[in-house]
Design a protein. Sequence first.
Length: 462
Amino acid sequence: MTEKKKTLLKRLTIPLALIGILFAMALWEQPARVSAKTQDAYKSLETFSNILSLVQENYVEEVKIDEVIQGAIKGMLNTLDPHSSYMKPDEYKELQVETKGSFSGIGIEISMRDGILTVISPIEGTPAFQKGLKAGDKIIKIDGESTKDLSINEAVKKLRGPKGSKVTISIHREGWGDLRDVTIIRDVIPIVSIRSKLLEPGFPYLRVVQFQSKTTRDFQKALNDFEKAGAIKGLVIDLRNNPGGLLDQAVRMADVFLDKGVIVSTKGRIKDQNMVFEAEADPEVYKFPIVVLVNEGSASASEIVAGALKDHKRAVILGTQTFGKGSVQTIIPMNDGSGLRLTTARYYTPSGESIQAKGITPDVVVRNRESGEDEFEEQSPRKRRFLREKDLKHHIPNGQQEEKDDEVRKEEPAAADEIKPKGDKGKSKKAQQDDIKEDEQLQAALTLLKGVNVFAPAAKAK
């Protein structure tokens, strides 16, 4: 045996020995208790150790054992569902920062669809939002490098960077004949989760961008400020393109408008994952009518709020079918500083309906023609084009119904050669009012609230 082979054998001795010892102990000490599934698992581990040995000895270049095993872990989790993942120590730290502080990047929520990095939704007010990125855009390259088979965490790492630095992404959108390069200047992505304005006297508008650690506190503050300025006749809560966030904040926000009953429940394979979150009794609960705006970019925590207010008939849900991200991810810290994000349960609305791969169906379906949103009809043969949870590879099933594959409708080619910037940063008050007029969903919500104020007193008197 050559010296090189001896060295390789020494490097493999510990990991292979541990696998072998575990395998032998399980079969020797507990032969009666080992199930067929367990035996299959041990056989697979044996196969894995053999392949690892062959790679170490025969691969064209010397490999690092830690990187190979990390790759195997990532591959294992990628076969489960789009939201389970392994985070290296630096990636795990970044996740903790997202919910408490701020970070520098372009401001998009991304996922993998058939191995292609795809935009779920841009975060309002961020560089990506201002550049006109849309849900469903496919990011083919980042700074000239292909994103094929790139993990979510690796993609996030490439998209983030120091404030003021540039990143060029090559995107493809349905209806485009070729790729288009978009150069974005990174900026600090602040944890600003609430935006507010007065639509008309007595009708405030609260936009929830994401559910972060201080979202409910900021939401109530904005609501109290509107109350001090005058009586609230009706409220519009905008959850469109809200990718979700912290579960406790979603529960607390729904609790602001509910005084009893279930807000959301979770069910998993193990008992600890079966939980029920209920509203706390509050005699001062708000009584004014509410319209909640949703679309295909409303996911996770935003779907919990919409589902709770809908099932308790506390609000009218208006817009288009939501994303359908109804699964719970548990973050498990590892001893080496890394973390495991693992899907452990499904979300259920107060009526017991699973959100997963289905989403929340609006009470009133209204689409914005300019943005191309289309109605979602479960039994309709019409084609739709937006990316939702059920479109993601390896998504977990709803658990209550058979899923139906909807075809994706092609988007009409863009009228201009460049992506149109969006957002109201720096706009005048008149320009913002013009934006309201162009927003058909928001117009419909305001009209509905005005109608309630006109007819509700008469109906009550009658």
